[in-house]
Design a protein around this ligand. Structure first.
Ligand SMILES: Nc1ncnc2c1ncn2[C@@H]1O[C@H](COP(=O)(O)OP(=O)(O)OP(=O)(O)O)[C@@H](O)[C@H]1O
Ligand SMILES: [Mg+2]
Length: 250
């Protein structure tokens, strides 16, 4: 049974002028423990897919179905999806004034597990994960994402994933804006969680360099609201060398 199955997904985004169709039949099946990379031109609908999967209220699924470990999640609320094991690291993480990183993480963990983690275990895990991701203890006391640099936001998303241990993680351009050292630290964090938990990963990226660390089983080309080609890891290098012209008919 696939961990994540997307069948013929059509979705619209709410705009001032009314709903605007963005996704036009996304089909994707991610097997248990597999890593799938999605690459595609700007504005093709990759983040829209991520948001639609996470249940963002601005995106409406107009056709198609989504299953997580065999359970249909198409009509679930975002928190029900999170409890079912889905996690989204956003391309542009939102700032949450008044909520510290530590409080946010503990609240999220409690909501997902249905009970608060034991304080001692939790403190130890948070400390270990912070050290592994090179996040300073002072940093986690700050308000979530408020005034964080681009790279710090991405690192915090991976810290979240490390502690929440989702069954399926969607990483939307988690590599964008990272310096070379941060890219390695963040990628190693993703791989560590993957190896520890056997989770499945949907990795949206523009660059094949992250795929040297996080090795995909499949690479998909996303264009004009759907997946137009699927291949192995070599497809990422081909795309980086030749661009997307062959797939968008330009
Ligand atoms: N709120 C909105 N109002 C109008 N258009 C929107 C809105 N949200 C998304 N879109 C449009 O939907 C299309 C797909 O956007 P999306 O963010 O999914 O692209 P993407 O593939 O993630 O691009 P990128 O590689 O730049 O991150 C774009 O043309 C975008 O302008
Ligand atoms: Mg995007």
């Amino acid at each position: 049974m696939p961990s994540l199955e997307i069948r013929d997904l059509h979705a619209s985004v709410e705009t001032a002028e009314g709903p605007k169709p963005i996704l036009h039949g996304v089909d994707l099946s991610i097997g248990d423990g597999e890593i799938h990379a999605v690459m595609g031109p700007n504005g093709s609908g990759k983040s829209t897919t991520a948001y639609a999967l996470a249940g963002h209220p601005k995106y409406t699924v107009t056709e198609g179905r989504v299953f997580l470990n065999g359970e249909e999640i198409t009509d679930m609320t975002p928190d029900e999806r999170a409890r079912a094991g889905l996690f989204l690291a956003m391309q542009y993480p939102v700032e949450v004034p008044g909520v510290s990183v530590t409080n946010f993480l503990r609240t999220a963990k409690t909501a997902i597990d249905g009970q608060a983690p034991k304080l001692r275990d939790w403190t130890k895990r948070l400390r270990e994960a912070s050290i592994a991701l090179k996040v300073s203890p002072d940093f986690v006391k700050r308000d979530l994402n408020v005034g964080f640099s681009g790279g710090e936001k991405k690192r915090t998303e991976v810290l979240q994933m490390e502690l929440l241990e989702p069954k399926v993680a969607i990483l939307d351009e988690t590599d964008s804006g990272l310096d070379v050292d941060a890219l390695r630290v963040v990628s190693e964090g993703v791989v560590r969680v993957h190896e520890r938990t056997g989770n499945s990963i949907l990795l949206i990226t523009h660059y094949s360099r992250i795929l040297r660390y996080i090795k995909p089983d499949f690479v998909h080309v996303f264009a004009a609201g759907r997946i137009v080609k699927t291949g192995g890891p070599e497809l990422a290098d081909e795309l980086e060398a030749n661009g997307y012209d062959a797939f968008i008919g330009a």
